[in-house]
Design a protein around this ligand. Structure first.
Ligand SMILES: Nc1ncnc2c1ncn2[C@@H]1O[C@H](COP(=O)(O)OP(=O)(O)O)[C@@H](O)[C@H]1O
Ligand SMILES: [Mg+2]
Length: 288
């Protein structure tokens, strides 16, 4: 059985740094190629399918999930994607007892000012509002008292709801955000991502930078616990996951995102994620 690596038109050749993954798969004798999830000519049956850089689904979520449902053999699987493509899952992880960046879900615009006010009351550095279905930092909006606030709500850039509202975790500007890669249930590698200037978004398209760091016990343990809790909640195995972590004012790390749909592997910064991902794929293929 071969492997189809799923990407989108903007990354038709593969995710950034894909050579490290391509070589690692070839070394294991796994024949793999990159395909677009919305390419009608692809024959999905008969291959194992790994979603990698399908980074255009957020405005086409229903279409994306319907396609995923039609694929017979998919890593992580459609139930995981249904759960994970709506950030309301963060409230469920918190309910399960994990440390999570405090998250309020808001359906309608009329309820936003009150939610922002609640968050602001407890966190003077401000509130962050972002779409529940979102990726790549799009629609992330800060309410910190400098450009409108809970009373004079500046809705530019907020887009359509529903949203999640969180305290602005100010350590993102200094310590940054960590990503821990969990493959086949075990934490493997970790990066630290920092924003620039007034930005809080760590993504490279907003000037952020990413560097590999030594995985700490605190981050690795929390990432592993998060994956286990999500597996129990969804009733599915997580073949791959990226757990994003921010440090809260109390000094402890908390989950800011669990990416189990299309987490970039940061192969340019962490080429070792290539062989680690290939090993996970090889084990799944061996299950038959
Ligand atoms: N509550 C927050 N406090 C501080 N920074 C945040 C917060 N929420 C988001 N960010 C910043 O914005 C980025 C994008 O938000 P995130 O929740 O990861 O959504 P996406 O799915 O778009 O990546 C994060 O990587 C982080 O840099
Ligand atoms: Mg993110």
């Amino acid at each position: 059985m071969d492997l189809l690596l799923v990407t989108c038109a903007a990354y038709a050749e593969g995710e950034p740094g894909h050579g490290a993954l391509d070589v690692a798969l070839a070394e294991r004798g796994i024949s793999a190629r990159w395909v677009l999830w919305d390419d009608p000519t692809v024959e999905w049956a008969g291959s194992l399918v790994a979603i990698r850089s399908a980074w255009d689904y957020e405005t086409r979520r229903e279409e994306f999930l319907a396609w995923a449902r039609s694929v017979p053999r998919l890593l992580n699987g459609v139930d995981v994607f249904v759960w994970n493509t709506d950030k309301v899952y963060l409230t469920q992880l918190a309910d399960a007892g994990l440390p999570v960046v405090p998250t309020i879900s808001v359906d309608g615009e009329e309820d936003l000012p009150a939610a922002i006010a609640v968050v602001w009351d407890e966190n003077p550095s401000g509130a962050v509002v972002k779409p529940r279905v979102g990726a790549g930092g799009r629609g992330v909006t800060i309410f910190d008292g400098t450009d409108g606030g809970p009373v004079e709500l500046d809705e530019s850039g907020l887009g359509l709801g529903p949203w999640v509202v969180q305290p602005l975790v100010s350590s993102v500007r200094t310590e940054g955000e960590y990503s821990v890669f969990v493959l086949a249930g075990e934490p493997r590698s970790m990066v630290r991502k920092v924003p620039v200037g007034d930005e809080i978004r760590v993504h490279e398209e907003y000037g952020g930078s990413t560097a590999p760091v030594t995985r700490t016990a605190e981050a690795g343990d929390l990432a592993r616990r998060t994956v286990r809790a999500a597996e129990a909640m969804i009733g599915a195995r997580l073949d791959y996951a990226r757990v994003d972590l921010l440090r809260l004012a109390d000094g402890a790390l908390a989950v800011s995102e669990l990416e189990v749909t299309e987490p970039g592997l940061y192969l340019e910064e962490l080429p070792e994620n290539g062989p680690a991902f290939a090993a996970m794929v090889a084990a799944v293929l061996q299950e038959g």
